[in-house]
Design a protein around this ligand. Structure first.
Ligand SMILES: Nc1ncnc2c1ncn2[C@@H]1O[C@H](COP(=O)(O)OP(=O)(O)OP(=O)(O)O)[C@@H](O)[C@H]1O
Ligand SMILES: [Mg+2]
Length: 316
């Protein structure tokens, strides 16, 4: 595929909160969408198979990830969740099938285009994955220094400090990662992921290793970030309480296949035996879970939908 002409740049560098230009009827509507594409799709994972040598890991995964919603991918150990995540962000190529982003086939991108495409994704790693030898400021500024070399030092400082402040991390910029709590480090990882203003945020096991109270704060943070920046969120999780709180849709992956999908309540009460067993084994009673207010952006203007939630300063 030839290099994208300058008149059709990939859509990135979008100002925060300005997610509506990609709504159905927007610019990408002119592009011919692939068969199976649904109007509300942001990512369409289209019959992905992945093998490593003789080992078949993914056996034909199909998922519609809707714009500005939160999709949670759940499943047992070894099911293929991390493999799927690596495919989504272009770190691996599928053995067959396609991943479409706004109707663009990631598999058809050359290295230059893939590099641009990756900037549309933000990744919040398990355990935050901060660079221990750098200050909090330098960790968060890292993507800007790599990808926004034209930015002045003042603009970088303003952006980093502004983001840290909005996430309740005032006056932490000169600290080292080891001086912060696990929950604070998660927020630093989120601040770093938001620096390039991604459209799609991917979280790998965001609540693992955290106590229940901090886990619920991270749930709130995921929802607040989604509502504030209008990002499409994809969360890999083992945490069923978190799934019930934040997911618009959940996908249960077992042995490389999506065996059930729907709202968490549909999975819990539907007739899919594997889904009901998985949820029951987690010891989670859906009726007992307090939900975060997670309106889909599509609800904007109706009732309490689409509201912008201010970040609250989370307790340490
Ligand atoms: N690079 C690789 N080479 C060979 N096999 C691999 C590779 N990456 C993953 N696998 C295999 O694919 C399967 C799925 O692994 P994956 O890491 O995607 O699982 P997971 O669902 O993320 O599990 P967990 O919940 O334990 O993190 C495993 O059997 C693993 O051994
Ligand atoms: Mg994994």
């Amino acid at each position: 595929m030839s290099r994208r002409p300058p008149s059709q740049p990939p859509r990135n560098g979008r100002p925060p909160g300005n997610g509506t230009e990609a709504a159905p009827g927007g610019a990408q509507q002119a592009r011919e969408m692939p068969p199976g594409w649904l109007p509300e799709d942001h990512l369409f994972v289209d019959d992905i198979k992945k093998s490593f040598g003789p080992t078949k890991v993914l056996h034909g995964i199909t998922m519609h990830l809707r714009r500005t919603e939160t999709a949670v991918i759940i499943g047992g150990s070894g099911a293929g969740k991390t493999t799927l995540l690596r495919l989504l962000i272009g770190l691996e190529r599928p053995s067959s099938g396609h991943i479409w982003v706004d109707g663009v086939d990631m598999g058809a991108l050359d290295d230059y285009e893939m590099n641009r495409m990756r900037q549309r994704f933000g990744m919040v790693f398990q355990y935050a994955a901060l660079l221990d030898s750098l200050t909090i400021f330098d960790n968060v500024a890292f993507p800007l220094r790599e990808h926004r070399k034209h930015m002045s030092k003042k603009d970088v400082r303003d952006k980093v400090v502004g983001m840290l402040n909005s996430l309740g991390l005032e006056n932490k910029e000169d600290r080292m990662p080891s001086e912060l709590s696990g929950g604070q480090r998660k927020r630093v990882g989120l601040a770093r992921a938001l620096m390039l203003e991604p459209e799609i945020l991917i979280y790998d096991e965001p609540t693992s290793g955290l106590d229940p109270l901090t886990s619920r704060m991270v749930d709130d943070l995921i929802e607040e970030t989604r509502a504030r920046y209008k990002v499409t969120s994809v969360v890999i999780s083992h945490d069923m309480a978190s799934t019930f709180r934040i997911a618009h849709q959940a996908f249960l992956v077992i042995q490389g296949r999506v065996v059930a999908s729907g709202t968490p309540d549909e999975l819990a009460s539907g007739d899919n035996e594997q889904a009901r067993q998985f949820i029951a084994a987690a010891g989670v009673a859906p009726d007992h879970i307090s939900r975060v207010n997670r309106p889909a952006l599509a609800d904007s203007g109706k009732g309490d939908g689409g509201q912008v939630i201010e970040f609250r300063k989370a307790a340490e």
